[in-house]
Design a protein around this ligand. Structure first.
Ligand code: SME
Length: 198
C-alpha cells in the first residue's frame, strides 16, 4: 500500500483545475477509506495468524476474515497448487469447482501468468468458470512464496466492476501477511555463510 500513498501524493502535486481536483479528492477519499480497511485487515490478520504456520488453518482464517470484512463479496477462498492444477482449499461461500488446470478460468490465468488478474465483468472473460451464478466480477491473486507458486487467493463479487487497483494493492498486502506465516524448511539455510563471515 506504500505505492498507493506515493501515487496519491504524485496526483495531488499536479496543477489540476478545481473541478478535476474535486474529482481527485472524491477518489482519494474513497481510496483512503479502502486503504484504511486493508490496513486494518492486515493488522487483524497478523494478530489472528500469530505464530501458527499451518497452511490450511491460516488459509481458513484468512478467507473468513476477508469474507466478513470486505463489503459486497459472495465468495472468498484459496486454490492450492498441485502439479499443473489448482485444487480447492479453505473458502467461504457456495460450493465451488474442485480442480482446474493452470491457464483455465480466472484463477488458472493468475497461476499461469503469476500475477494478479482483475476481471470487471466475468461474463466477458473467456474461459471463466462459474461456480456461483451471482458472481459478476472477480479478482485472483497468486501466492508467490520466494518465487514458488503455492496457489491463488480468489474473491468474487455480485457487483460488476467491484475490484480496482486499490483492491489489487490491498489484497496483495493481505497475501504478503498470509505468506509471512508460511516459513518452511525450504528457505535457504544461511548459517554456514554467517559462520564463514564471523
Ligand atoms: N471463477 C473462478 C473459479 C472459482 S470460483 O469463482 C469460486 C475462475 O474462473 O477461475
Amino acid at each position: 500500500m506504500c505505492g498507493l500513498i506515493r501515487s496519491r501524493a504524485r496526483r495531488w502535486n499536479r496543477g489540476d483545475t478545481l473541478s478535476k481536483q474535486m474529482d481527485i479528492q472524491t477518489h482519494a477519499e474513497a481510496a483512503g477509506s479502502k486503504y484504511a480497511l486493508y490496513q486494518q485487515i492486515c493488522e487483524q490478520l497478523n494478530g489472528l495468524l500469530g505464530d501458527e504456520q499451518d497452511f490450511i488453518a491460516n488459509a481458513a482464517n484468512t478467507a473468513a476474515l476477508l469474507f466478513h470484512s470486505l463489503p459486497d463479496v459472495n465468495w472468498v477462498g484459496f486454490y492450492t497448487t498441485e502439479g499443473q492444477d489448482l485444487v480447492l482449499g479453505p473458502f467461504q461461500g457456495k460450493p465451488a469447482c474442485a480442480r482446474m488446470p493452470f491457464g483455465r478460468g480466472v484463477c488458472g490465468a493468475a497461476a499461469a501468468k503469476r500475477k494478479t488478474i482483475v476481471v470487471p465483468d466475468v461474463n466477458r472473460f473467456s474461459g471463466h468458470i462459474a461456480c456461483d451464478t451471482a458472481s459478476q466480477s472477480e479478482i485472483a491473486v497468486p501466492l508467490l512464496n520466494w518465487g514458488k507458486l503455492l496457489g491463488v487467493l480468489d474473491i468474487d463479487s455480485p457487483s460488476l466492476d467491484r475490484f480496482d487497483e486499490d483492491d489489487r494493492e490491498g489484497l496483495e498486502s493481505v497475501v504478503a501477511v498470509f505468506l509471512a506465516s508460511q516459513v518452511t524448511g525450504d528457505l535457504p539455510d544461511l548459517s554456514d555463510y554467517a559462520a564463514s563471515q564471523s
